[in-house]
Design a protein around this ligand. Structure first.
Ligand code: AMP
Ligand code: MG
Length: 391
């Protein structure tokens, strides 16, 4: 049995980048950027009015001002501001030559036809200066980073309409188990619905990879081997659930070996999900995840997701918070790193939810985070800092 950290290292060290492709920038959301994107413009591109008002000389704020022009956003000033003059200006318009201040319309009054006066006590310049946000040639977003809505705005602003992004891994999902029926069916005696596969489809989508559900595999060595052969041939990553423990009908590890998969580990010191298997054929990667839905869920989050991102060139660093325990917590054994579904109360304290073990997927629905309990930690006391990963 290997540690959580060692297992994650083995997974990440085996991962090879899958390559890239250009996409239309509106299709780039949640993809991983595969090139550095630079700006081809200054932002703002010119000194820009930050308020609706009048552009003038600060030295003239005490005097009455003559309005010599009106500027809408998008218009180029035709006149230079001289002593005692101003231009009526809208937010976003170019500040005319000669002006160093834009006074807000709310701080002025009309004193005659096209004549105004500053009525405020003081004012900031209210000018967004050329290139103060971004200079031409500045790095806007980095290779290896996911693309979020604000990055789409950046791509639009710098004219990057077909960014290079990482190819998305195609991920086969297979459930093993003679007891399984699909969600549309009512389970007969001894049977249960296949929930893992559909949970994995959703998890693969949330990592923005391509899920490829390949069905329920009967618990025979032949069926398991054939299903793995087909899945490895057609996908970058293969996820199986069930059939990895010590039962009489657990054929997944042996069927992987028959497919010339190099198995890198078969047991990890984690709870839940000890009998997790991982291997590679060199150009595809295969996980045998435990059959219980919480184990499958958590091991996807902690092992599969980092692999999928690494294949897309992104170094995934899960978001972890340090929060105080809201209650005392004890466990009997501490030989494994445990991920426990927990709630976070309004005071920001961590409260374990009612949880009956790795079949109890409903407990995950009712929790806000997974708490990490390190190896050798038997007890946590109220107020003690713990690490949690928000879900
Ligand atoms: P196994 O790892 O095959 O021994 O399965 C462990 C437990 O998980 C058993 O109670 C199974 O019935 C259950 N299980 C296995 N596969 C699934 C699945 N696809 N959906 C829900 N539960 C499952
Ligand atoms: Mg089974």
């Amino acid at each position: 049995m290997i540690s959580f950290e060692k297992a994650l290292d083995l997974i990440l060290n085996s991962a090879r980048y899958l390559g890239d492709e250009p996409v239309d920038f509106m299709e780039a959301q949640n993809r991983v950027l595969a090139e550095d994107v630079f700006s081809d413009v200054d932002m703002p591109p010119f000194d820009k009015a930050a308020m609706d008002g009048f552009a003038c000389r600060r030295a003239d704020l005490g005097s009455e001002l003559e309005v010599i022009e009106t500027l809408a956003a998008g218009q180029v000033p035709q006149k230079t501001i001289g002593e005692g003059q101003c231009t009526r200006i809208m937010t976003g318009a170019m500040v005319p030559e000669g002006a160093d201040t834009v006074i807000m319309v709310e701080q002025t009054e009309e004193t005659g036809h096209e004549r105004i006066r500053f009525t405020g006590e003081k004012t900031t310049p209210n000018i967004a200066y050329k290139a103060e946000d971004v200079k031409t040639g500045d790095l806007m977003w980095k290779k290896g980073q996911p693309i979020l809505p604000s990055h789409i705005a950046i791509f639009a602003a710098v004219g990057c309409t077909s960014p290079l992004v990482a190819k998305q891994p195609r991920v086969a999902i297979l459930s093993t188990g003679d007891e399984l029926v699909e969600p549309q069916q009512k389970p007969g005696p001894g049977m249960i619905r296949n929930s893992n596969a559909w949970q994995l489809v959703a998890q693969v989508k949330s990592a923005n990879c391509i899920p490829n559900y390949m069905g329920i595999v009967p618990d025979t060595p032949e069926d398991t081997e054939a299903a793995i052969t087909k899945a490895l041939a057609e996908n970058d990553v293969v996820l199986l659930t069930g059939g990895v423990s010590m039962g009489d009908f657990d054929y997944v590890p042996a069927a992987m070996k028959k497919n010339n998969v190099e198995i890198l580990f078969q047991k990890v010191a984690v709870k839940p999900g000890r009998p997790t298997v991982f291997g590679t054929t060199g150009n595809s990667y295969i996980f045998g995840l435990p059959g219980n839905p919480v184990s499958s869920y958590i091991n996807f989050e902690v092992f599969v997701k980092p692999l999928l991102y690494k294949l897309m060139g992104h170094d995934f660093k899960p978001y972890e918070l340090t929060l105080p325990m809201g209650v005392n917590y004890k466990r009997k054994k501490a030989d494994r790193l445990e991920w426990l579904p927990v709630d976070i109360n309004e005071q920001g304290e961590v409260i374990p939810v009612g949880y009956h073990g790795s079949a109890h997927i409903h407990a995950v629905c009712l929790s806000k985070a997974l708490m990490k309990i390190p190896v050798d930690t038997f007890e946590l006391t109220k107020g003690e800092s713990v690490h949690v990963r928000p879900l």
